[in-house]
Each structure stands twice: as structure tokens, then as C-alpha cells.
Design a binder for this molecule. Structure first.
Ligand SMILES: [Zn+2]
Length: 293
């Protein structure tokens, strides 16, 4: 187990046992000098940030999930959110929801998207603070952010707006990740996603093996499967390269604040989920919930 988890070096998190980690995340903030806002000049944006900064013991967890495309970040984040009763806030969903509305921002946004431009940090952070305020008004507490922050600038802006307790960085060995990305198929009729990659890596040189079953479609979808045009080996490799290049500074940002927890996925969901709960000290939590149900 210990080999699977590597808390970042010289971090506040690394000095905590896994049993005290979550209690600490639930009950107090990482020490104030680590949590203090960046000394960089304030961002040029006018933000809507009337978000109250609550003491962590009076609220649920405020976590960020990082992980490259194909790692299953959305799946793990959404399962944890269900378990903890907190919202799973994916910035991709916020953009899609805004586009579907008829606000002035949605018109601005559809122009940007139609021209194939990148949605700016300013727009994303505005969508996010709008979402957090709406949640606050509904009495929501805590969240897991998925897909944000992607850049140091976004991380700095986020830090000015709200406290992040912990950043979970999901990792999967690259050969397996590549195979998984290349195994993605979509049903041309119902639009559901499947994965035909059957991963079976033997352990060698003291490294554990890994097996991940394919996610096969029902027979009526089987003959209609298509591969996305951008799921070629060259494109997937390039996508991963770009991801690593962009994500490293963000990881470093949180590592230096003692907030980064790295988790190497040991396999598919059935193998990884219990281990993830264990490192987050939530395995008892799940048992208690199912006992209470
Ligand atoms: Zn289908």
C-alpha cells in the first residue's frame, strides 16, 4: 500500500499520517503561512467574490482533482462527491451549461467557442464563482473541482477567491494510459462511451502488474462502434505531452503549499476505488454510510 502513495516531499501533508490527514482536512486548515494568498500582484480581474471564507470545521471539504485525460478523474471525483454529499464542479460542464442559457455571457461565450478560441481565465473564474455563490445560496457545503485550475494564473486567482484544502493528483502509468486512450470507442447510434482495451501488464523488477478489464458495449452497440478521429497514437501522445507540460507548474504550485497528494492508480475502478478511500481515510466513512443506509 505504502508504495502506491507518494505524498509530496517537504509538504505539510507528508508529515501527517493518512489517518490524521482527512481529519485535518475536515477540521482545520493547513497552517496559515502555507495557506496565505500569493504575494504576487493581484489579478487584474474584477471578480465577483462575495464568497465567505468559512472555517474548515464548519464546512465540508474543498478539494481539487488533477489528472491527465483518460485517467478517469471525472469518475473518481463524482463517486467521491456522491459519497461525501458535495457537488462535483467540472468547469467543462459550467461552460456547456452557460452556452445552453441565454445570458449576455453565453452569447460572448458562443462567439469564442465558434471561433475555436480558448475560453479565458476570466470567463472560467466568473462561471466558477457564479456556481459557488449559487451553491452557497442553496446551502451547499464543500466541493470537488474537476478541470480547474489548469494554469498557475488560474490557481492564483482561485486562491484569492476560496480556500482549497487538498489537491489530489491522479496518475496512471503512461503505457497503460496510452492503451486505454486508444481503446476508447463511441457507439454511433446511442452515443455511449466504451473501452475495448483489456490491460494486462505483468509485474516485473519489483513493480506490481496491472490489469484493467475492458468496458465492453452491449451486443446491440457492438457493431456500431466508432473510434474518434483524434484518438490516434500520435494525437494521444501529443495530448499527454501538452498536458504534462501545462500541469507540472500547477502541481508544483500546490506541492509548495503542502497541499498536493499524489495517487498512483493501481488498476481499474474496482481495485483503485477502495485504495483511494483508504488514503483519503474515507474507508470507514463508506462502511458507516452503508451501515446507516
Ligand atoms: Zn449504442
Amino acid at each position: 500500500m505504502a508504495a502506491l502513495i507518494r505524498y509530496s516531499k517537504s509538504s505539510a501533508v507528508s508529515s501527517l499520517s493518512s489517518t490524521s490527514l482527512l481529519r485535518r482536512c475536515f477540521s482545520s486548515t493547513v497552517s496559515s503561512e502555507l495557506a496565505s494568498p500569493s504575494t504576487a500582484s493581484p489579478s487584474p480581474f474584477t471578480l465577483n467574490h462575495n464568497l465567505p471564507r468559512k472555517d474548515p470545521k464548519d464546512r465540508n471539504v474543498q478539494w481539487v482533482f488533477l489528472g491527465c485525460p483518460g485517467v478517469g478523474k471525472g469518475t473518481y471525483a463524482s463517486r467521491l462527491c456522491n459519497l461525501l454529499g458535495i457537488p462535483h464542479i467540472a468547469t467543462g460542464d459550467l461552460v456547456r451549461e452557460e452556452l445552453a442559457s441565454s445570458t449576455p455571457l453565453s452569447r460572448q461565450l458562443s462567439d469564442i467557442v465558434n471561433q475555436g478560441k480558448l475560453v479565458s481565465d476570466e470567463i472560467i473564474i466568473n462561471l466558477l464563482s457564479k456556481r459557488l455563490q449559487a451553491g452557497e445560496a442553496k446551502g451547499e457545503s464543500g466541493f470537488i473541482l474537476d478541470g480547474f485550475p489548469r494554469t498557475i494564473r488560474q490557481a492564483e486567482i482561485l486562491e484569492e477567491v476560496i480556500d482549497i484544502d487538498m489537491v489530489v493528483n491522479l496518475k496512471l502509468r503512461e503505457d497503460v494510459l496510452l492503451e486505454k486512450c486508444l481503446g476508447r470507442r463511441i457507439c454511433g447510434q446511442c452515443g455511449k462511451n466504451f473501452n475495448i482495451a483489456s490491460i494486462n501488464v505483468k509485474g516485473e523488477n519489483g513493480n506490481p502488474g496491472m490489469s484493467m478489464p475492458p468496458l465492453l458495449p452491449p451486443t446491440h452497440c457492438m457493431t456500431k462502434l466508432i473510434t474518434r478521429a483524434d484518438d490516434t497514437e500520435a494525437v494521444v501522445k501529443e495530448r499527454l505531452r501538452v498536458y504534462y507540460e501545462k500541469s507540472q507548474p500547477v502541481e508544483e504550485f500546490y506541492r509548495s503549499r503542502g497541499k498536493l497528494m499524489e495517487f498512483n492508480l493501481p488498476g481499474g475502478i474496482s481495485e483503485s476505488w477502495p485504495k483511494l478511500l483508504q488514503v483519503l481515510n474515507l474507508d470507514d466513512f463508506e462502511e458507516k454510510l452503508s451501515a446507516a443506509a
